[in-house]
Write a protein that binds this ligand. Structure first.
Ligand code: AKG
Ligand code: FE2
Length: 651
């Protein structure tokens, strides 16, 4: 640890300094910084990157020391033992970092680093300083995570043509954290295990969570109130630790620059190593591993039976167990069986007990789902959102799929009524009376939050508190789904749309079409090839979809999920006031709406994103232009170009 002593006290400030530096560079276009300022900038940027790495190394070191050497080994003078691992970790971290340095960094800073933004600025500064080789490496590192950044693509082309810059200079300085993708891309059997080894750098991620989430020693008070705050913050801390650990699965399965994790990363790499000719035992072992992920997969079940019949009498081979993956060396030789269903990524999670046993949240947890939902949502929202009465009507099992849920009781009858009045009072977004874009047999009305607030403000037609209710409902759904799907990364509302579909009278006989054809919300589904292209015009930044239904006095209009063939229906959901259907926006959830053959069906459609950039600026700003007191929005003048372009984004 001695090497990290230099971090003392400066650690936090240097990590944070990066953000201020970026901001000052951003605002310095009028007065160009001098050469001296650029070298200072480069120095600080490098230092912030190095500091972050040192911090991560230190956390790993402390974790290992406190775990393996036994907590007493680190005790001052070796006399007294620590009462807990947390205490040991605090002491260990505290030897190298000041208490301020141990505070968590803000999400903004984490965001900057996760998008590799410091390398963008580093590239500029090295270019200005004419350190072209270093500039090329920084440019490449940034580009790996931001492949659609055209300016950087051009810069890289320019660097390639510059004298003194060679191919070797284009190095990914963050490669260490992303190595596992190299082996994922090679579908070779011998690389499988090394892939597994890399994959379980998940463990590394979880260690970082654990050490980073240690409470500060000052937390504990002696009087009743401080004690309950202490207990409350402890509970919140455990939840955030849990969330952080669960997020590791998603993080490891997310390529640099991608927003969404690769679905089924681990299990889909099994088949490439199943069939080693004649190795029935190996095949059986892999099949059993596969079945842990897909317990009802018919092909695997058939194959399993076949192998078992073939191996009849060979008890040793018959007993082949699922692959066991060793988890990073600890003194107690732990191993994690591949029951990690959260490896199928998405946003669902699992609860891993300290003893290494795995408790899959759905079904096997010590508390009931409803209980869990309420507990988590209340804690996450600081108790401000009333979720009493919300129940889980259907889960993945009942909906026959992945990352799907139906919640009831999210809005009251009164609230549904208010929103329906809002639709009636407003003229809609130009859709009123128009034929639906999806079918000639229905009309379609759409109302955005912005529109609702505007109508409320300007025309006096809509009660302002009704418009505000739209906001609140969106927020309620966000908090509920955030906790249900255990998405540890922040979830931002990306777009909200109040949509009504009305059957055109006299045109309903023998209708064969749909109210909304089968589609996937964040990619372009190609049912013939079962591919889903994550590219525009699809809204590729959408991570989670939700529809809050408002009424049921119509015929038809059921939401249904299908397989990727867009034909095989896997589940159906009947709308009703206060019911929310939530699902991940990706290719596991193709869906459509059956024809509305009588009456008007209204619903509030919401899309969420993990990408801060794509949060709904319209929503934030409309809120702040009206009654918003604790503004979470920024003035328009401070938005960047792409944020501004989002303001004009429409369905
Ligand atoms: O209204 C519904 O039930 C679904 C709507 C939908 O899928 C969409 O707008 O993308
Ligand atoms: Fe949809």
């Amino acid at each position: 640890l001695s090497g990290t002593m230099a971090l003392h006290s400066r650690l936090f400030s240097v990590y944070v300094a990066c953000t201020f530096l970026i901001l000052s560079l951003l605002h310095s276009s009028s007065a160009a910084p001098s050469g001296g300022a650029y070298s200072r900038a480069a120095e600080l940027l490098e230092k912030s990157i190095e500091t972050k790495q040192s911090l991560f190394r230190l956390r790993r070191q402390c974790h290992d020391d406190c775990l393996s050497a036994g907590s007493h080994a680190l005790s001052p003078k070796g006399e007294c033992q620590f009462r807990s691992r947390a205490e040991c970790l605090r002491f260990c971290m505290g030897r190298s970092i000041t208490p301020a340095g141990q505070l968590p960094v803000s999400t903004d800073i984490e965001y900057e680093f996760s998008t590799r933004n410091p390398y963008n600025f580093l590239q500029v500064t090295y270019y200005k300083l004419e350190k072209l080789r270093k500039a090329a490496a920084a440019a490449h590192t940034y580009f790996v995570a931001n492949p659609s950044h055209l300016e950087m693509r051009n810069n890289i082309e320019k660097y390639r043509r510059m004298k003194g810059v060679t191919d070797e200079d284009f190095q990914d300085r963050e490669l260490e954290n992303e190595k596992h993708w190299v082996s994922v891309e090679q579908h070779e059997i011998q690389l499988f295990l090394s892939f597994m080894g890399e994959y379980f750098k998940i463990d590394e991620c979880r260690v970082q969570c654990e050490v980073a989430s240690q409470p500060m020693p000052e937390d504990r008070g002696t009087d009743g109130i401080s004690m309950s705050i202490f207990l409350y913050s402890r509970a919140a801390l455990s939840l955030s630790l849990l969330s952080c650990r669960q997020y590791c699965v998603t993080q490891v399965a997310t390529r640099p620059g991608r927003i969404s994790a690769q679905e089924d990363l681990l299990p889909t790499h099994f088949p490439s190593c199943v069939q080693t000719a004649g190795d029935f035992r190996g095949a059986l072992r892999t099949l059993r591993s596969l079945l842990l992920f897909y317990p009802s997969d018919q092909d695997s079940l058939d194959n399993l039976q076949l192998y078992q019949e073939t191996l009849e009498g060979d008890t040793e081979s018959q007993g082949a167990q699922p692959v066991q993956v060793p988890v990073r060396k600890h003194s107690t030789s732990q191993s994690l069986t591949l029951t990690d269903t959260s490896a199928s990524t998405g946003v669902s999670g699992l609860l891993e007990e300290n003893d290494g046993s795995v408790c899959v949240l759905r079904g096997e947890c010590p508390f009931s789902p409803v209980h869990r939902l309420l507990l988590v949502s209340v804690l996450l929202s600081g108790g401000v959102i009333r979720q009493v009465g919300v129940t889980i009507a259907m889960d993945d099992d009942l909906l026959n799929g992945t990352n799907r849920v139906v919640l009831d009781g999210v809005a009251t009858e009164k609230e549904c009524e208010k929103i329906l009045q809002l639709v009636a009072a407003s003229v809609g977004d130009g859709y009123r009376g128009r034929r639906s874009p999806h079918t000639p047999h229905e009309t379609f009305e759409g109302l955005t939050v912005l529109r609702a607030v505007k109508v409320g403000e300007e025309e006096g037609l809509v009660n302002q508190s009704d418009a505000q209710l739209l906001h609140e409902l969106g927020e309620r759904v966000r908090v509920l789904l955030h906790s249900y799907f255990r998405s540890p990364s922040a979830l931002f509302i990306s777009f909200t749309h109040l949509v009504c579909r009305t059957a055109v009278e006299g045109e309903q006989e023998g209708r064969l079409d749909l109210s909304h054809p089968v589609h996937v919300d964040n990619c372009l589904l190609e049912p013939e090839t079962k591919q889903c292209w994550k590219e525009p015009p699809a809204f590729i930044h959408r991570d989670l979809s939700a529809i809050l239904y408002l009424n049921d006095n119509f015929d038809g209009g059921e939401l249904f999920f299908t397989n990727r063939d867009a034909k095989t229906v896997t589940a159906q959901v009947k709308p009703g006031c206060g019911r929310v259907v939530g699902f991940s926006s990706g290719p596991v959830n193709p869906h459509g709406v059956t024809a509305v053959t009588r009456g008007r069906r209204c619903a509030l459609a919401l899309w969420f994103t993990k990408e801060k950039l794509y949060r709904d600026m319209v929503r934030i700003m409309s809120r702040c232009s009206s009654s918003c007191s604790s503004s979470s929005g920024r003035p328009v003048s401070s938005l960047n170009k792409s944020e501004l372009s989002l303001l004009t984004q429409r369905e």
